[in-house]
Design a protein around this ligand. Sequence first.
Ligand SMILES: *Cc1c(COP(=O)(O)O)cnc(C)c1O
Length: 496
Amino acid sequence: MAVLYSSTRNSSEKLTASQAILKGLADDGGLFVPDHIPALDVSIEELAKMSYQETAYEVMKLMFSDFTEEELKKCINSAYDSKFDTEEIAPLVQADGAYYLELFHGPTIAFKDMALSILPHLLITSARKNNVKNDIVILTATSGDTGKAALAGFADVEGTKIVVFYPKNGVSPIQEKQMVTQKGANTRVVGIKGNFDQAQTGVKQMFNDKAFAAELDKAGFQFSSANSINIGRLVPQMVYYVYAYAKLYANGVIAKDEKINVVVPTGNFGNILAAFYAKNMGLPIAKLICASNENKVLFDFFTTGTYDKNREFILTNSPSMDILISSNLERLIYRIAGNDADKNAALMKSLSQDGKYEITDEMREQLADFYGNYTTEEETGAVIKNLYEKTGYVIDTHTAVAAGVYGKYKEETGDGETKTVIASTASPFKFTRSVMDAIDTKYDAMGDFELVDELSKIGNVAVPQAIEEIRTAPVLHDIVCEVEEMPNVVRDFLGV
Ligand SMILES: *Cc1c(COP(=O)(O)O)cnc(C)c1O
């Protein structure tokens, strides 16, 4: 049966997967959710023999049921290729009794590559399936990381162009270097004389400008976004949980149907929701362990049933998890509200008006699969140091939050038996300074690239290509503009 998608805030309109991917967000502000999640229809014995790409097909064919086999396989094979530095794509590493699922072997050495490497292909295939003839122009405002991952994903994908705006003086030197060295004739990177909010507002204004849209349409272009709530980013993230489970089975770590725990360092709730969807597909997952840093809105939500973003925003060493509104949680709320769009819409209204909402006891009961906890900055550092000293394995700050919460989970529940996969969301080379400082403060005096070499030495791992490149790569983008000039920069790039 085909899977159709509707908004979490109004279920009357049903879209195919390709239509939902093209639209990204529903007009009512809701997120697209599948009307059902089909069961995996291959056995674990078969999955155990499959490559990452083959596993991806088995998962995506169920969720993206309006794509043909040929279309999906083409998207998958264009995404998960030599852009990744290992054929396994997402290797599992055992350390100190847990299994680290390394999701950072893509072009920007963080887990967003798992989804952003395939989204452009899904998007352009969706456009053609729905008779959209225009080229798709992606506009993104970035405070650093998403911009690079989107650029890497869209570079040289036929039928697409991408323009990334970043605050000229508001990103780290390494982040800037990563972006301005981006190759690909269809890419443009622009620094703006303003902050991130101004970049974001400028992009939103272009999206909402009807006259601009008409002007572009005439020239054969239309805007789209690579937004993190796109179903085309969520579904590809289900794949690696299935893949990891099958690998554990293939390696004799688990028996057939044996349940595993999954620990996910969480920000926007996308990655852990993908694990929940994979569980709904029939993957034997016991607990979904949601790990937060000091911005522990989700821990508080799981322990009290109240989601409350009215609090101080804390800057931590795991910045990709510094989030007070976890957008993808809305998909879970909709689900535990009994797929009731009105109920969900009311809660989301209260979130936007009062910054909080409370779920009912009945809804809370359905969260039994989840366990939430958090680590402090100090604990996160200690986790990195202890794991390194015990095993020689070096993990990044985000992964360390997950490892720390897994420790708390074991202590609190006594469940040390269930085999556990920890989603490792970034390479330690992406957060070298925080990681090395945690291991030994003597490293604080070293320069950035010196630290990279030192990490490579002590961790006994090669410096990733993504880091090597920025040492030497030539600057290819040097445009800086005023906020008001953003639309003209786009016109100039598109030649309209
Ligand atoms: C984005 C990100 C996260 C959080 O993932 P969500 O899907 O937003 O919960 C965790 N770690 C790293 C390194 C990230 O980039």
